[in-house]
Design a protein around this ligand. Structure first.
Ligand code: ZN
Length: 310
């Protein structure tokens, strides 16, 4: 570990690679892949322009091919893997419900989820196996909707994962659907100084513990950074004045750069206003000489080295 590392700000840009959600999801179709089909190429172009490395969390699902991006878009995932980027796994916790004939989170109550660890383990195994078949060895993970799944870190470790980013500023959604009050708390936590990575607890990803897995709490939603001036100010202040070394974990979706009024699928249009804002932000950050964009896997190694040299 060279001393230069101790004077750096490490930025980890992560993208959840999944079907369109919220108001980007076109109402005419049950599933809309406009972000992936139209947004991916554009986002890759911008990342290349500013030399930004990215960690792609590919959504996968062993029960629902509609929620399995590796199954639906294998060539896109393989092309992303060829970049200097990292491919991680992403699961929105769902399970067939025969009665309601639709998919849902395993339960709405996390205390019940404990009894679902077999299902969780099978899902993680599935991701590893399928990515392995196309030559990708995933070591980083993110839980869908920052959903707190008890024992997830321990299960991840058993399957060779070393980094997790399933919490937001030290917070996870414990219930689904997320309550309005919890969203407000979530927003408020963005204002706190960026929570730094830590060795993870076996049961809860937001707690410190003694696993080899390092938890990187998400500090900023890029979509919020593009929307709110005060958040852009906050990140620039942190970059300038925060004690180094420091890690900043950012998250984004491919559909965030598309026009939410367009779609579905190949009819989706790029939101050029967002593209402009994103370019300005990435340009500003990439010009700072002590700031480095790295993948989650790289960040985990640096964190471990720094920790050991303390
Ligand atoms: Zn997701």
């Amino acid at each position: 570990m060279n001393s230069e590392m101790k004077e750096k700000i490490f930025v980890i840009l992560t993208v959840d690679f999944e079907k369109d959600a919220c108001f980007w999801h076109h109402p005419s179709k049950k599933f809309d892949y406009g972000g992936i089909m139209i947004g991916t190429h554009k986002l890759v172009e911008i990342l290349s322009t500013f030399g930004v490395k990215c960690t792609w969390f590919v959504e996968m699902n062993k029960d629902y091919p509609q929620s399995d991006m590796l199954f639906l878009f294998p060539y896109v995932v393989k092309s992303l893997a060829k970049r200097q980027d990292e491919i991680g796994a992403h699961i929105h916790w769902s399970k067939p419900n025969q009665l309601r004939r639709k998919y849902e989170y395993p339960t709405t109550n996390t205390s019940m989820l404990v009894h679902n660890s077999y299902y969780i383990e099978k899902s993680i195994k599935y991701c590893k196996e399928k990515l392995g078949e196309v030559g990708i060895k995933p070591v980083s993970f993110r839980s869908g909707a920052f959903f707190c799944v008890p024992w997830l870190p321990l299960i991840l470790q058993r399957h060779g994962f070393i980094a997790d980013s399933s919490s937001f500023q030290g917070y996870t959604t414990k219930r689904w659907p997320q309550s309005k009050i919890l969203s407000q708390i979530n927003r408020y936590k963005t204002l706190k100084p960026s929570k730094q990575p830590f060795f993870c607890d076996g049961k809860y990803c937001y707690k410190q513990g003694n696993l080899k897995i390092v938890e990187f709490p998400v500090n900023y939603s890029i979509d919020s950074l593009l929307r709110y001036e005060f958040l852009r100010r906050k990140i620039m202040l942190e970059v300038r004045y925060r004690q180094k070394p420091c890690f900043l974990t950012l998250y984004f979706h491919v559909y965030n750069i598309t026009d939410s009024d367009s779609g579905p699928d190949e009819l989706t249009k790029i939101d050029y206003y967002k593209i402009r804002k994103l370019s300005i932000l990435l340009e500003r950050l990439s010009k700072i000489d002590y700031l480095e964009f790295i993948t989650l896997q790289e960040a985990r190694q640096i964190f471990v080295d720094l920790y050991q040299n303390k």
